[in-house]
Ligand binder design. Structure first.
Ligand code: HEC
Length: 155
C-alpha cells in the first residue's frame, strides 16, 4: 500500500510542473503579474552579477559564492514557470515579454529547464572546486538567458 502511494505521489509530482497559461482577469491582476515576474528576474540578475564578474576575471574566484548564487538561480528558475503562466497579452502592461510566450509555452518552459540544468551544473563545478571549468560553465548558464531573451523578450 505504501509503495502504491509513493508511486502515485511521484507520478503526480512528475506530471505537475508543466505550467498552463491562465488569462489575467483584470488589468490590475496583469500589472501585478508583470511586477512579480520582473522581480524574480531582478533577483536572477543580482545573483548573476558576481558570476559574470568571476567569469571575466574581474571578481576573484570564490567557489562558495558560486555555489550559493547558482543554487539561488536554480530556485528562481524553478519559480519562473509559475510566474509566467498568467497570460497578460490582453492588457496594456509595461512589459518586454513577447506574446509568443503564451503561444509556445512548451518551448518557453523547456528554455527554463535549460536554465535550471545549467545552474545545477554550476553547483557541481563549484562543489568540486573545479577551477579549470568554472568560466565555461558560467558562460553556459549565461547563454541560457540569451537563448530565451532572443526569442521571448522584446527588447
Ligand atoms: C525562459 C526564458 C528566460 C530565461 C531562461 C531568462 N529570462 Fe530573463 N527575461 C525573460 C522575459 C520574458 C523577460 C521580460 C519580462 C517582462 O518584461 O515582463 C525577462 C526579463 C529579464 C530582466 C529584466 C527584468 C525587469 O525588471 O524588467 C532581467 C534582468 C533578466 N531577464 C535577466 C535574466 C538572466 C540574468 C537570465 C539567466 C541567468 C535570464 N534572464 C534568463 C525570459 C527569460
Amino acid at each position: 500500500m505504501k509503495k502504491v502511494l509513493i508511486s502515485l505521489t511521484l507520478a503526480a509530482l512528475l506530471s505537475s510542473p508543466l505550467a498552463i497559461a491562465k488569462e489575467a482577469s483584470s488589468e490590475k491582476q496583469a500589472n501585478t503579474a508583470v511586477q512579480f515576474r520582473k522581480a524574480v528576474l531582478q533577483l536572477v540578475r543580482s545573483n548573476m552579477g558576481a558570476l559574470g564578474g568571476m567569469a571575466k576575471g574581474k571578481i576573484e574566484y570564490n567557489a562558495d559564492v558560486m555555489n550559493t548564487n547558482a543554487m539561488r538561480i536554480e530556485q528562481l528558475a524553478l519559480m519562473m514557470g509559475d510566474y509566467f503562466e498568467t497570460d497578460t497579452r490582453k492588457f496594456d502592461v509595461k512589459t518586454d515579454a513577447d506574446d509568443a510566450i503564451w503561444e509556445q509555452m512548451e518551448d518557453f518552459n523547456s528554455k527554463i529547464q535549460d536554465m535550471v540544468g545549467a545552474a545545477e551544473n554550476l553547483q557541481k563545478i563549484a562543489l568540486a572546486k573545479d577551477e579549470a571549468n568554472y568560466r565555461k560553465t558560467i558562460g553556459a548558464l549565461g547563454s541560457t538567458c540569451k537563448a530565451c531573451h532572443d526569442k521571448f523578450k522584446t527588447d
